[in-house]
Write a protein of this length. Structure first.
Length: 204
């Protein structure tokens, strides 16, 4: 889809002007938008399936019957989902950026190429943005566990996308340098809250 936007003229109106929202004139913006949307929802769905649904279906009883603290079980599940999606998101972004970078040598991109594949800062930003995106799923997990609903976790992930990626006129939080740090801290606070009462929480 990003390749279509960049090279096949889908992003252009017939008069040759770029058909993109404010702040989306460069190719990294739609790449970050679409990958963040996909993986935030996907990570939230995985957490809801492995944890919230396990509580509701009583299958968590079996795991809690092992001589291991409940907090460790939940923490290991959350860490496994986080690690998998963090690695997958980085690889996905890298593949897209590499395709765009290679294609820009042979075709003219409708969007500005605003990244340098050989720059250290490019990889640092790639890692940090991926970590922030995947970590936000912990907020969705907490909402799902609080409301005892997998659907609540998934709906929360959509709301987080609207909060972090949407823009009102020229105002958007996606380009704010401080907001991702605050959001990551909040995400891990919710992750701790999801775990800390597991020892005394009854199965849903």
């Amino acid at each position: 889809m990003k390749h279509t936007l960049a090279f096949l003229g889908i992003a252009n109106d017939p008069d040759g002007t770029l058909d993109a929202a404010s702040g989306m004139e460069n190719i990294s913006a739609p790449i970050e938008l679409f990958t963040s949307m996909a993986f935030l929802i996907y990570t939230s769905v995985m957490l809801a399936s492995f944890i919230v649904s396990a509580y509701k279906n009583k299958t968590m009883n079996l795991m809690f019957s092992y001589p291991v603290r409940r907090q460790k079980i939940l923490a290991s599940q959350m860490a496994a989902v986080w690690s998998f999606n963090f690695a997958a998101l980085i690889l996905t972004k890298l593949a897209i950026y590499l395709c765009i970078y290679a294609g820009a040598h042979f075709m003219t991109s409708s969007f500005g190429i605003d990244f340098h594949i050989g720059s250290l800062s490019f990889y640092i930003q790639l890692i940090l943005k991926s970590a922030v995106t995947v970590s936000m799923s912990f907020i969705a997990l907490f909402a799902g566990m609080t409301m005892k609903s997998s659907k609540a976790a998934i709906v929360t992930s959509f709301l987080l996308i609207f909060l972090t990626q949407a823009n009102i006129g020229d105002f958007t939080l996606s380009d704010n340098a401080v907001f991702p740090i605050i959001l990551t801290v909040i995400s891990f606070v919710f992750a701790i809250l999801s775990i800390c009462h597991a020892q005394t929480r009854d199965v849903m």
